[in-house]
Design a protein around this ligand. Structure first.
Ligand code: NDP
Length: 342
């Protein structure tokens, strides 16, 4: 069967594409430029089951029309991962909200126009951001599950970047469920959304041409290079390993029980100090070079955070999630390979 993956250059998407090819699927991916396409084809040793198409800007409401006009009749599954993960945008609307929301609408409209009879499953990469407001992370009275929705408003979305990213994910996911409701008699696909927390874990390839990684790998890199407490990148939330995220994207369409579900991918709560503690404990070569922060503060921070319940998702997926320690160890080992740790 043929699977379409949008945003095939992404950190999560490359793992998804890798898993799909290993499981024998034909993959059509969208990327923003020919240069990126050539690079990825090379990384996958020009695998004949991988075709890449150029979709320069997902903000355009007809962004995916050309691709679906040409390939729509072959595509059985669509995995939509493309969405901006940028925290230094020039313009909150143009760089975050519009591409996230329009990208989701445009891919679903193209399916409706050119592949209504062929696409059976659509999997959309949503986020923990769609489950709770950023401010709720540090509220110990909050518990989120598969039914939780971030109720942020468009006005709040424009208050800061953190809110705008969060809103971009929840509005995009809502647009998808809304589309399905309005087009239930026109399209035949089943929808599943995948909502990962902060994603850590190794990248598919050690790509030495890259000077900047995706946002979450940059978080680990910053912490692993922080000489003083002031240099620590502060973040907290739920965590999940990228390899589990990729696996879930495949099971989301392979397992019938996942149809119509929102899969909540969270393994454990974490804060900056949790990552720092793992790095200091497991990489003695960094001792004295990086800060230890305040190792004992981790538990107190975690005690004051929200909690989550994703028993339903774990039962649907049926595999054990990779713990934070292994994920951080594997990420940091790869960063050493890249020469990205001083
Ligand atoms: P990446 O930044 O590595 O991937 C983002 C992908 O989207 C890239 O392929 C990127 O293309 C593409 N993209 C971004 N903006 C546009 C645009 N305007 N037009 C076309 N393509 C665009 O991040 P991740 O792999 O981490 O994220 C993938 C998905 O997972 C996103 O939907 C994100 O919201 C979601 N997610 C990520 C989490 C994380 O912790 N990393 C947590 C929860 C959800 P290019 O390579 O050309 O920039």
């Amino acid at each position: 069967a043929t699977v379409f993956v949008s945003g095939a250059t992404g950190y999560i998407a490359l793992h998804v594409v890798d898993n799909l090819l290993k499981e024998g699927y034909s993959v059509i991916g969208s990327v923003r430029s020919q240069e990126k396409a050539d690079h990825i084809l090379k990384e996958f040793s020009n695998d004949c089951n991988l075709t890449l198409e150029i979709v320069p800007d997902i903000s355009a409401l007809d962004a995916f029309d050309d691709v679906f006009k040409r390939h729509g009749k072959d595509i059985k599954v669509v995995i939509h991962t493309a969405s901006p993960v940028v925290f230094d945008p020039k313009d909150l609307d143009k760089d975050l909200l519009i591409p996230a929301i329009n990208g989701t609408k445009s891919i679903l409209e193209s399916i409706k126009k050119y592949a209504a009879d062929t696409v059976e499953n659509v999997v959309i990469t949503s986020s923990l951001a769609a489950q709770r407001k950023p401010s709720e992370t540090n509220d110990s009275t909050v518990t989120i599950d598969e039914n939780s929705w971030n109720n942020i408003t468009m006005e709040e979305a424009h208050e800061c970047v953190r809110n705008a990213y969060s809103a971009s994910k929840v509005f995009a996911e809502k647009a998808a469920w809304e589309f399905l409701k309005n087009n239930a008699d026109v399209v035949k696909f089943k929808l599943t959304t995948v909502m990962p927390g902060f994603v850590f874990g190794p990248q598919t390839f050690v790509d030495r041409s890259k000077s900047k990684f995706n946002h979450t790998i940059e978080i680990v890199r910053a912490i692993a290079n922080a000489k003083t407490e002031d240099e620590l990148y502060q973040c907290s939330g739920t965590y999940v390993d990228v390899r589990d995220v990729a696996r879930a994207h495949l099971l989301a369409f392979q397992k019938k029980e996942c149809a119509g579900e929102r899969l909540s991918l969270s393994t454990s709560m974490f804060c900056t100090q949790s990552i720092l503690n793992v790095i200091n404990e497991d990489f003695p070569q960094l001792k004295g070079k990086i800060t230890e922060g305040d190792p004992a503060s981790e538990n107190e921070t975690l005690d004051n955070m929200m909690s989550f319940n994703n028993d339903k998702t774990k039962k649907l997926l049926g595999f054990d999630f990779i713990p934070l320690r292994k994920s951080i160890d594997d990420t940091v080992n790869q960063l050493f390979e890249f020469g990205a740790i001083n």
